[in-house]
Design a protein around this ligand. Sequence first.
Ligand SMILES: Nc1ncnc2c1ncn2[C@@H]1O[C@H](COP(=O)(O)OP(=O)(O)OP(=O)(O)O)[C@@H](O)[C@H]1O
Length: 313
Amino acid sequence: MIEISHLTKKYGTHVAVDDLNLTIEPGRIYGFLGPNGAGKSTTMNMITGYLGATEGTIKINGFDILAQPEDAKKCIGYLPELPPLYMDMTVEEYLLFAAELKKIPKEKRKPYVEDAMATTKITDMRGRLIKNLSKGYRQRVGLAQAVLGYPEVIILDEPTVGLDPKQIIEIRDLIQSLGKKHTVILSSHILSEVRAVCDYIFIISHGKLVASEETEELVERMSGGQVIELKLKAEEEKIKEVFADAEHITAVETKELPEDGVTEVTVTAEKNKDVREEIFHICAESDMPILEMINGGKSLEDIFLELTSKEEE
Ligand SMILES: Nc1ncnc2c1ncn2[C@@H]1O[C@H](COP(=O)(O)OP(=O)(O)OP(=O)(O)O)[C@@H](O)[C@H]1O
C-alpha cells in the first residue's frame, strides 16, 4: 500500500506537483494519466525515492521513502522512462548486475534472474547483447529488472513509448499479467492505453489531481447519455415533433443539409440507454427514412480534455 499525502515539488518557483493526496491499494493496476508536463515523471521519481519532495510524505507499506529509504525501496520495482540499460552486456549479465545492485543475496541471484526472464518472456534472449535487441525486447529487459526480487509494487513510466503497435500489445499483455501478482502503477499520456490496462485512473493536470476513479466509473460518469448522429430524409419540423414524445431521449438537435429534404439530427439519450432500436421504430412509423446512423458517444479523449483543460480556463 502506498500513501501519498500533501506531496508537493517545486523547481524554483515552478510548482510541478501541487498538494497531491492519494492512496494505492495492493493488487491492482493504476494508471497515472496526464498531458506532457503534467508532473507524472516527477511524481514517479518521488515515489521511487530518486527525487526529494519539497513538501509532503510518501509511505510505502508504512515505510517513509525519505526516512526509511532501504525498506521502502525494497517494496518497489521501477522502470524509468529511459531505462539505464548497459548495451554491451548480455541480458543475463545485466540482470545479474541489477540483482547485485538490488542487494539480492548472492545465492538467490541466479534463480531470481531466471524467474524474472521467464515472467517477461526473454529467457531465449539471455545470451544476446542488449545493443542487438529490438526496442520491444529492450523494454522487456527493463521490465525484468523491475520485477527482479519480487517487489510488491511495480512502477512503469510511459512503458510503451517508442514501440511499434505489435510491441505495444505485447508489453500491455505483459503488464496485465504482472498485475496478477503485483500492484502496478503506470504513467501514460495515452488514454486508450490506460483504459485498456488499468483498473483505476488518476488524472493529473498542472501537478494537481483532477480525477481519481475506477476506470469504468470514470468513463461512465463523464460520458453522459449515448449520442447518436443521424441523417434522416425528413423536414426539421416533423423530426422535432416526432421525437418530442420519445421516451428515453433527452435532447434532439437538427440541421438542414443542402441535400434535398435531408436533415442531420443529433439525439442524446438518457444515461445507460441504448436508443438505436427505438429510433428505428420512431422513424419507420413516421415514414422518415434513415440514411445514416452513427453511434458517437463521448470518447475518453473528450473526457480527458474536459478535465485537463479546466485549469487553463
Ligand atoms: N529538473 C527540472 N527542473 C525544472 N523543471 C522541471 C524539471 N523536471 C521537470 N520540470 C518541469 O516540471 C513539470 C512536470 O514535469 P514532468 O516531467 O514531471 O511531467 P510529465 O507529466 O512526466 O511529462 P512528460 O510525459 O513530458 O515527461 C514540467 O513543466 C517540467 O518542465
